[in-house]
Design a protein around this ligand. Structure first.
Ligand SMILES: [Zn+2]
Length: 192
C-alpha cells in the first residue's frame, strides 16, 4: 500500500487529574494534504487542548475511544457542541466500546440538557468496537482500519487497545490497562 506522511501529535498525554499540568488523553493523527483527521481518545480537556495548539476541531472526522472513562471520552460533548456552533458540516464518526453512543449522549444531557435533541448540520455516527473484529472507515481518499483488543481496566464497558492502519502506517495504542499479554499481540502485528 502507498504510504503517505502521518503526523502523530500528543495533544494530551496526562491523566485524569491534570498531573504535571498536562491535558487528558488525546492523540491526533493528521495526514497533511489529506481529508479528515483522527483522534485516539478525547478526554474532557481535549477541545481546549486542540484550540491551544491551533488545530481546527472541525477537521476531525473520526474519534476512536479506548474506554469509557471521562478522561478518555469526556471531551466528546464539547467537541460535538463546538461543531454545532462553528457551522460544522463534516460528519463525525465515533467508535468505541459497546454502549459508547449511550454514554456520550448521557454525558451531553448531564452537561447541556436538551443538547442531544438539537438539529445539527452534521451527523454524528456511533460505532461499537468488538474484541478483534476489524472495523473499516472510508476516510476519503483512503480507508482506515481499526482492530480493537480487549485489555484489563474496569470502566463500565470493555476497555480496548487499538491497532490502527491508515495511509500505509500501523499505529498501536492503548489507553489505560493493567499488564496483559494482549499488549504484545496488539503491538506485534500482523498489520491490518
Ligand atoms: Zn481509565
Amino acid at each position: 500500500m502507498t504510504k503517505h506522511p502521518v503526523q502523530v501529535r500528543f495533544v494530551g498525554s496526562g491523566d485524569a487529574f491534570g498531573s504535571g499540568g498536562r491535558f487528558q488523553a488525546c492523540i491526533l493523527l493528521h495526514a497533511p494534504g489529506r481529508n479528515g483527521d483522527v483522534l485516539l481518545d478525547c478526554g474532557a480537556s481535549s477541545l481546549v487542548a486542540l484550540k491551544q495548539q491551533r488545530h481546527d476541531p472541525n477537521q476531525i472526522g473520526l474519534v476512536l475511544v479506548s474506554h469509557l472513562h471521562g478522561d478518555h471520552f469526556g471531551g466528546l460533548p464539547f467537541l460535538i457542541l463546538d461543531g454545532q456552533f462553528a457551522h460544522r458540516t463534516r460528519p463525525l464518526h465515533v467508535a468505541g466500546p459497546a454502549g459508547v453512543g449511550e454514554r456520550v449522549e448521557a454525558a451531553m444531557e448531564v452537561l447541556f440538557p436538551g443538547s442531544t435533541g438539537v438539529r445539527r448540520r452534521f451527523p454524528v455516527h456511533f460505532h461499537e468496537l468488538t474484541d478483534r473484529q476489524p472495523l473499516r472507515f472510508d476516510l476519503e481518499p483512503t480507508e482506515l482500519v481499526v482492530i480493537p483488543f480487549e485489555v484489563v481496566h474496569a470502566s463500565g464497558a470493555p476497555a480496548l487497545g487499538l491497532r490502527v492502519a491508515w495511509q500505509g502506517h500501523t499505529i498501536a495504542y492503548t489507553g489505560d490497562t493493567e499488564w496483559t499479554e494482549t499488549l504484545v499481540e496488539l503491538a506485534q502485528g500482523p498489520t491490518c
